[in-house]
Write a protein that binds this ligand. Structure first.
Ligand SMILES: C[S@@+](CC[C@H](N)C(=O)[O-])C[C@H]1O[C@@H](n2cnc3c(N)ncnc32)[C@H](O)[C@@H]1O
Length: 205
């Protein structure tokens, strides 16, 4: 964490003081407190899990009573220290993962798919937005193949007016769809979360 960030960002300061690995912890906490997403015993798929802030929140919220499959192109250090009942980590580039991967290799269905995937930003707005959409689209594709009926999808995205055009796609697949801007997101950031609840599998084919 940069010194300037530590001085100016209350979430970064709080994370450092509380032994939290990433300030993103507070984003999932805020989402969960607002929408009651996480329950002990859930089976979750987390995409973009490095360095482990969301895993830490999930472990704290449920005392480790969760089954989690976590994926990132970078490993999470000390994954076993999160003390989940059952945790599996996959180190892969999600964009090269075959669509059927989760079906065929894990054979499980998840109650929630959470994606905090984010590209390395370049500062070029259109390029960053395009890469971000590509990641959230891939995450949604995986969610469509792996969610239980009624499950939820949470995906990080880059805000633009075009986002409202994708609403129809999500509303065919889920009962509820919301675009959420968080307090814990830095004010200069264009980041939003797409939250879709109540998965309807039949219309997803
Ligand atoms: C904002 S960070 C995730 C933070 C994490 N949720 C946490 O709380 O610690 C975004 C992550 O997306 C991952 N990522 C970006 N593109 C990816 C890809 N194509 N495949 C797998 N992981 C990717 C990055 O490696 C990075 O760790």
């Amino acid at each position: 964490m940069k010194r300037k960030e530590f001085l100016t960002d209350p979430y970064a300061r709080l994370a450092m003081r509380s032994g939290i690995v990433a300030r993103s912890y507070y984003k999932l906490k805020e989402l969960d407190e607002r929408y009651q997403l996480i329950t002990a015993g859930d089976k979750l798929l987390e995409l973009g899990a490095h360095p482990g802030g969301w895993l830490q929140y999930l472990a704290h919220k449920t005392n480790g009573n969760l089954n989690v499959v976590a994926l990132d192109q970078k490993p999470v250090k000390n994954i076993t220290s999160y003390a989940f009942k059952n945790v599996q980590f996959i180190v892969r580039d999600i964009l090269t993962l075959p669509q059927e991967h989760f079906h065929s290799t894990l054979g499980v269905k998840f109650s929630g798919v959470l994606s905090d995937l984010a590209p390395q930003t370049s500062g070029i707005r259109d390029r960053d937005a395009m890469l971000s959409y590509e990641l959230v689209e891939k995450a949604l594709l995986i969610a469509k193949n792996t969610l239980v009926t009624g499950g939820f999808f949470l995906g990080k995205s880059y805000f633009s007016e075009e986002l409202h055009e994708i609403k129809a796609t999500y509303c065919q697949l889920f009962k509820k769809f919301t675009i959420v801007k968080l307090k814990a997101t830095r004010s200069r950031s264009r980041e939003v979360y797409l939250l879709a609840r109540g998965f309807i599998p039949n219309t997803s084919k």
